[in-house]
Design a protein around this ligand. Structure first.
Ligand SMILES: O=C(O)CCC(=O)C(=O)O
Ligand SMILES: [Fe+2]
Length: 325
């Protein structure tokens, strides 16, 4: 199924103080909305490269949304208001979801469409000589962070930003998505709605095609698209796209989103997975998920313990050990 048309975010008027060629492209963008039953990794990847973000309806089942909500609600209630500028004081966050919600870890972080698209966009391959032998090292992506965002009524908007700032990503300008090359992005975000998410209650907004803009270009609110989601819908977004949580102008609705980012295996993770999670909780996941959390080795030599794959620390007596070559 081809994606249906969504909001046309912008009226056709000039954007004051903004380079016309960048504004025109972002204003013309129509963000793709896929159905999870027919969305393929190829279509989603193409859409992300073109627009920087897309919506996938019904990607997590209602049962799983309810289970994740049960896991995180006590932690939402315990979180304290942020005192800095980045989050409004009405926002509550829950982090460390690999420890706190196995259901989140398996159904959101481990979602197969998300993982396949991440592998395409974030796998890093490097060729290097060992003596006269040319070696090829492949480093699969890993989780960057896991966060639940609960935005309560009265919250002001979060300022537009790019999450690839963490990696000091020095983006050159691209004239068109056709010039996009894999590796330009450091990370890929996945936001799943725990409750109905609207422009009024604080939907994540982003600037379509801003992933093609240079590092020197500030954002502009007029170009934003609001990712309005039903519970269980997902929004995927490249980390180089300008985005932010929006104001919650309702009087009685919580905006609840479960999110994570994947990043390249050669980078430092934003959320420290080795201190945020216990070894005991890591043991409940299969080796693939343990690797996604970062308990693997990025080839050739990043992340070992005693020159061994860290997953060996999670094994019971007699289980097969991973070997480094
Ligand atoms: O809450 C949201 O919709 C986005 C939050 C975000 O972008 C961030 O905290 O970096
Ligand atoms: Fe962000």
């Amino acid at each position: 199924m081809s994606p249906s048309k969504s909001q046309e975010p912008h009226a056709d008027k000039p954007v004051e103080g903004f380079p016309v060629h960048l504004a025109k492209d972002s204003r013309a963008a129509v963000v793709d909305i896929f159905d999870s039953r027919t969305a393929t990794p190829e279509k989603v990847t193409k859409s992300l490269i073109k627009n920087g973000g897309c919506v996938i309806r019904g990607i997590v089942s209602p049962d799983h949304i309810a289970e994740i909500t049960r896991d995180v609600r006590p932690h939402i209630l315990k979180d304290q208001p942020w005192e800095g500028e980045f989050f409004p004081p009405e926002t509550r966050r829950v982090t460390g979801l690999v420890e706190k919600s196995p259901r989140f870890t398996k159904s959101v972080l481990g979602n197969s469409l998300y993982q396949t698209v991440s592998n395409t966009l974030l796998t890093s391959t490097h060729k290097h000589y060992l003596g006269q032998k040319l070696e090829v090292s492949v480093s699969p992506p890993q989780v960057n962070n896991t966060i639940v965002f609960s935005i309560a009524p009265g919250a002001a908007r979060q300022e537009l930003h790019r999450d690839d700032q963490n990696f000091h990503n020095e983006l050159p300008s691209l004239a068109s998505h056709e010039d996009y090359t894999i590796g330009r992005d450091c990370a890929l975000g996945f936001f799943v709605a725990g409750k109905k998410t609207t422009k009024a209650n604080g939907a994540t907004r982003f600037i379509p095609r801003s992933h093609l803009w240079p590092i020197t270009q500030p954002p502009n609110e007029e170009l934003c698209y609001y990712a309005e989601l039903e519970p269980g819908d997902g929004f995927m977004m490249l980390a180089s796209a300008y985005h932010g949580g929006s104001a919650n102008t309702t009087i009685d609705q919580e905006r609840l989103v479960f999110s994570c980012f994947m990043t390249k295996g050669i980078f430092r993770q934003e959320e420290n997975q080795f201190l945020a999670n216990s070894l005991k909780s890591l043991k409940q996941y299969d080796r693939t998920l343990q690797g996604i959390v970062g308990y693997n080795v990025s080839m050739p030599w990043l992340g070992w313990v005693d020159y061994e794959d860290p997953r060996n620390l999670l094994l019971d007596e007699g289980e097969k050990r991973e070997r480094l070559h």
